[in-house]
Design a protein around this ligand. Structure first.
Ligand code: PLP
Length: 379
């Protein structure tokens, strides 16, 4: 099996599974309990919080554990809207965000907020100037992703963060789900950052929200006051310590992992030029090396996903979440690609656990599938 769908999710590392199993056995106490078992679970939780904070480059007390990227994003956006609604009701985001951001913004619109979705250029990157131009007197929140999950385009969060750092009334949320671990997330100007465990070889169902110390923000999960009152509910200790184990893995091999991702991206592109020269790469030239979106003229993405699966290669169409709906890719549409290119999109996404021979074999499998299916597709 060649697994190249790492932007959808990643297999948990063996040390993550080990850590989770032993945490479930040993640290089953409620971290809020006063007795020894509670203290042990709390200590494990604190160590995990420090590890996640270290990889992001923030203070442990600024990390709130959530059930994943989606919950972190919902908390970030709704919590800001609730806390700052008396100052203004305008939110700026981009048309290429993940559904977790776009749908939360649409939900806020039903509550009386006004949302501006800034369109990207043909490269899938929203220009920083366009986002700046959308910010108004009554803008309370800007939300932008760091790396796009469908195309790998890197959004200008760094430049925007620098600009917003001088506008403290506009809260800045960064969806760093696809960059966390692999790249440094720019912190300047960022008030809120969402990350997820299962995209970095950690477990599913766990993520974190960075909330800058001193930020005015309103929680919406109420109850026992866990996570410093910012996210109530007994913490999922095994998942959280598993997430921390994954963070440690990335921190220990940051340069090496990045180097491997670059090598995989280069080898894939090279092989593609040789074996599938008529394919159209939809990812921009300056995007991350670990996400490649491409289309092959005359082919539906879905057909190729299954043809590749039959050859032991696992990839996605657009994104894992939209691939089961008939909606297609809002990201490629926003980039202005023709309908047949959008319908033909395939996403290959790599992890440092892949090796060069795997990405080359995947291209060979793609070339064979295209060759075999071409006569059928033409009919
Ligand atoms: N944001 C981006 C950019 C993503 O790619 C994803 C997952 O695909 C999410 C948010 C949601 O994260 P989770 O699956 O942890 O809820």
């Amino acid at each position: 099996m060649i697994y190249l769908d790492n932007s959808a999710t990643t297999p948990p590392l063996p040390e993550v599974v080990e850590t989770m199993a032993s945490a479930a056995r040993e640290w089953f106490g409620n971290p809020s309990s006063l007795h020894r078992l509670g203290m042990e679970a709390e200590n494990a939780l604190n160590a995990a919080r420090a590890e996640v904070a270290r990889l992001l480059g923030v203070k442990p007390k600024e990390i709130v554990f959530t059930s994943g990227g989606t919950e972190a994003i919902n908390s970030a956006l709704v919590g800001t809207a609730l806390a700052h609604r008396h100052r203004g009701r305008h939110i700026v985001t981009t048309a290429v965000e993940h559904a977790a951001v776009l749908e939360t913004c649409r939900f806020l619109a039903t509550l009386g907020f006004e949302v501006t979705e800034v369109p990207p250029g043909p490269d899938g990157v929203a220009a920083v100037e366009a986002v700046q131009a959308a910010v108004r007197e009554d803008t309370i929140l800007v939300s932008m992703m760091h790396v796009n999950n469908e195309t790998g385009a890197v959004q200008p969060v760094e430049a925007l963060g620098r600009w917003l750092a001088n506008r403290p009334k506009v809260i800045f949320h960064v969806d760093a789900v696809q960059s966390f671990g692999k790249m440094a997330v720019p912190l300047q100007g960022a008030d809120l950052i969402s990350v997820s465990g299962h995209k970095i070889h950690g477990p599913k169902g766990v993520g974190a929200l960075y909330i800058r110390e001193g930020l005015k923000w309103t929680p919406f999960v109420h109850g026992g006051g866990q996570e410093g009152g910012r996210r109530s509910g007994t913490q999922a200790v095994p998942a959280i310590v598993g997430f921390a184990a994954a963070c440690r893995w990335w921190r220990d091999r940051r340069a090496e992992a990045w180097d491997r991702l670059n090598r995989l991206g280069r080898a894939f592109a090279q092989r593609l030029r040789e074996k599938v020269p008529d394919c159209r790469v939809n990812s921009p030239a300056g995007g991350v090396p670990y996400i490649v979106n491409l289309s092959i003229p005359g082919f539906k993405g879905e057909v190729l996903v299954h043809a590749l699966e039959g050859r032991g290669v696992y990839v996605s169409t657009a994104s894992a979440c939209s691939s089961r709906s008939a909606k297609g890719s809002h990201v490629l549409r926003a980039m202005g690609v023709p309908r047949e290119v959008e319908e033909g999109a395939l996403r290959f996404s790599f992890s440092p656990l892949n090796d060069v021979s795997e990405v080359e074999e995947a291209v060979d499998a793609l070339a064979r599938a295209v060759e075999e299916l071409r006569p059928v597709m033409r009919r």
